[in-house]
Design a protein around this ligand. Structure first.
Ligand code: E4P
Length: 217
């Protein structure tokens, strides 16, 4: 499973990238706001660090405007994936931009039918939002499984990019279901390294080592 980092925090991206944990990056208008930086400038910097797909989201709502924005965003770097919302205009934009050979990430997907439409419109990635479905007492992971089944039934090449991941367990479940990619905030990715028994075991080893009185270097 590919790991994308869901942030516009350049330092956090660079740290994870140095560890080989970053296959791509996703941003959205809320993450750009949080970064406090200009979208073009910060996206260009991210693309200089990460060689995999970097999603940059259009903010227009009409297809013609979205297409123009998408083309401008795609000029930032060859690894830009233009992110468009799963609306009818977004699907039109997806079809046009993907036909031009650009990567397109169709975002804000909350149903299997939406994912089916995105695949038929030539999306490179479909982004079903797990956490936001869980927030309203629906089952985000069930959606990932449904999309996996549908895409496999018909051989769609659109990659399932599990998004709105809030916990390390979401990552495990997405990997078991067979999501192609997951995107998560840096804290969730780092949290995957944590286990209470690792901490407990290390603590005991340190105590016992101190009792030996030995030194390695
Ligand atoms: C994905 O591309 C989105 O940026 C992101 O995963 C949304 O996550 P949130 O629901 O935690 O804001």
């Amino acid at each position: 499973m590919k790991f994308f980092v869901d942030t516009a925090d350049v330092e956090a991206i660079a740290e994870l990238n140095d560890l080989g944990m970053v296959d791509g990056v996703t941003t959205n208008p809320s993450l750009i706001l949080k970064s406090g930086r200009d979208i073009i400038e910060v996206t260009r910097e991210i693309c200089s660090i990460v060689s995999g797909p970097v999603s940059a989201e259009v903010v227009a709502l009409k297809a013609d405007d979205m297409i123009a924005e998408g083309r401008k965003l795609a000029e930032i770097a060859p690894n830009i994936a233009v992110k468009v919302p799963l609306t009818w205009d977004g699907l039109k934009t997806c079809k046009v931009l993907s036909s031009e050979g650009k990567m397109v990430n169709v975002t804000l997907c909350f149903s299997a039918n939406q994912a089916l439409l995105a695949a038929k419109a030539g999306a490179t990635f479909i982004s079903p939002f797990i956490g936001r479905l869980d927030d309203i007492n629906l089952d985000g992971l069930e959606l990932i499984g449904d999309i996996r089944t549908i895409y496999d039934n018909y051989g769609f090449e659109t990659q399932i990019l599990a998004a709105s991941i809030r916990t390390a367990n979401h990552v495990t479940q997405c990997a078991l279901i067979g999501a192609d990619v997951m995107t998560a905030p840096p804290a969730v990715i780092k949290g995957m390294a944590s286990h209470v028994l690792t901490d407990k075991g290390l603590d005991q080893f340190m105590k016992d080592w101190a009792k030996t009185g030995q030194k390695i270097i």
